[in-house]
Design a protein around this ligand. Structure first.
Ligand code: SDX
Length: 384
């Protein structure tokens, strides 16, 4: 018999899987992918190499990486029928809904569930990693009334995405910093969207449905959707002078007001990813000019962490706090910040999909029933 003491809202602190994909120490500020510190991978690796590491559990040899990159490059284009489907999406729709719909649509073409076939698994990994950036860029172009830009086979993964999105070849610094952002967002142990991916994977459905589940979960403002909300908050604050009045107003209205981009279930120090993103934002600002909202963000962090006691309570900026300021400087619109998070996290979701297939046990937790028992059906005329 399950007792109330075993129930933890949000499954806080409850292991939902055994995994070797990544590791976090929220107090020491450690994040490792397959045992390698994120700080090393972010500056020494590339997103596709990290995706290979996460999914197949080892750094690829030169030949393995070259073959993987070639396969990805070959599969970047999306079927015209998916493109035609996307043309029917409302221009005002959110790109995360477009991404979730088009990711699921891939299953219409490749839904065989040969989950014990390594060739099927590899093909699904390649298709999802290769086509999801193209689908995000295609929706963005079409919602502005333009034809989608075809992938440029001369460009690597990150440069090609920026090219498809902005219609211009990015400079090396932009492509490099964007690739590092993708590395940073690729994996993060048992976050909500990864848990969603594992639950969906546990029913042995196809990988396209798994990714569609995870995309829908990531979209929420308490999860990946926070990066877009942070920019809206900074834009609402508007200036450094208005930071304190804004904070006072929010806390007066609701002492439990949740400031977007702050706090985390695991990180009780400043998220190391936020630190790196902040450094890369400053690298971009040196060359492209400072963003006025960066000063607002710095001031808000100082006021909340130092003056409002957030620091003492372990509430610090998380990965979503500074990422939008990097993307803005790369010419990316606010509502694409979360889809970009999704483009990256597909690597982690696929790693957990494969790991869950090896567990091969459907998720079916229990509950603590709090309702009534043995009630009688009430005829319509007697209802109030
Ligand atoms: C991501 O899980 C992951 O790994 C996710 C992620 C990943 O890479 O996959 O890291 C990506 O989703 C980052 C988080 C992005 N979301 C936000 O920035 C939204 C704002 N943050 C909060 O909603 C919150 O911090 C969560 C959702 C991120 C975490 O929620 P928890 O762990 O359930 O924490 P909680 O709500 O129980 O808060 C604990 C305390 C509460 O105060 P008390 O009741 O103890 O007095 O901290 C306070 C909260 O009020 N608190 C905040 C706060 N976050 C927590 N107070 C003000 N502002 C905040 N942002």
């Amino acid at each position: 018999m399950t007792t109330a003491c075993e129930y933890k809202p949000g499954l806080e602190g409850i292991p939902a899987a055994q995994s070797s994909v990544s590791y976090i120490d929220g107090k020491k500020g450690i994040l490792e992918y397959r045992g390698i510190p994120i700080e090393e991978l972010a500056v020494k690796s590339t997103f596709l190499e990290v995706a290979y590491l996460l999914i197949w559990g080892k750094l690829p040899t030169k030949e393995e990486l070259a073959a993987f990159e070639t396969e990805i490059r070959y599969h970047r284009r999306i079927k015209y029928r998916i493109r035609d489907m996307m043309k029917c999406f409302p221009e005002t729709g959110h790109p995360m809904d477009a991404l979730q719909t088009s990711a699921a649509a891939l299953g219409l073409f490749y839904s065989r569930r040969a989950l014990d076939d390594q060739a099927y698994i590899r093909a699904a990994v390649v298709r999802l990693l290769a086509k999801i950036p193209t689908m995000v860029a295609a929706f963005h172009m079409m919602r502005r009334g333009n034809d989608p830009i075809q992938p440029n086979d001369n460009l690597d993964y990150s440069a090609n995405f920026l090219y498809m999105l902005t219609e211009r070849i990015p400079d090396p610094q932009e492509a490099e910093i964007f690739d590092r952002c993708l590395i940073l967002h690729a994996e993060h142990t048992m976050n909500a969207s990864t848990f969603s991916a594992r639950v969906t994977a546990s029913t042995l459905t196809d990988p396209y449905a798994v990714i569609a589940s995870a995309v829908g979960t990531l979209a929420g403002p308490l999860h990946g959707g926070a990066n877009e909300e942070v920019l809206e908050m900074l834009e609402e604050i508007g200036s450094v002078d208005n930071v304190r009045p804004y904070v006072e107003k929010c806390l007066k209205q609701n002492p439990k007001h949740k400031f977007m981009g702050f706090g985390h279930r695991v990180w009780k120090v400043k998220d190391p990813r936020a630190i790196m993103l902040q450094n890369w934002a400053e690298e971009l600002f040196e060359k492209k000019g400072r963003d006025e909202y960066y000063d607002v963000a710095i001031k808000l962090e100082k006021v909340l962490v130092e003056e409002k006691g957030f620091g003492e309570r372990g509430i610090y900026p998380n990965v979503d706090y500074y990422s939008g300021l990097v993307y803005r400087k790369l010419g990316i619109p606010n509502d694409l910040f979360t889809p970009i998070f999704g483009i990256s996290r597909v690597a982690g979701w696929l790693a957990h999909w494969k790991e869950q297939l090896e567990v091969n046990r459907i998720y079916r937790p229990t509950q603590i029933y709090t309702g009534d028992h043995a009630l009688s059906y009430i005829p319509m005329e007697e209802r109030v």
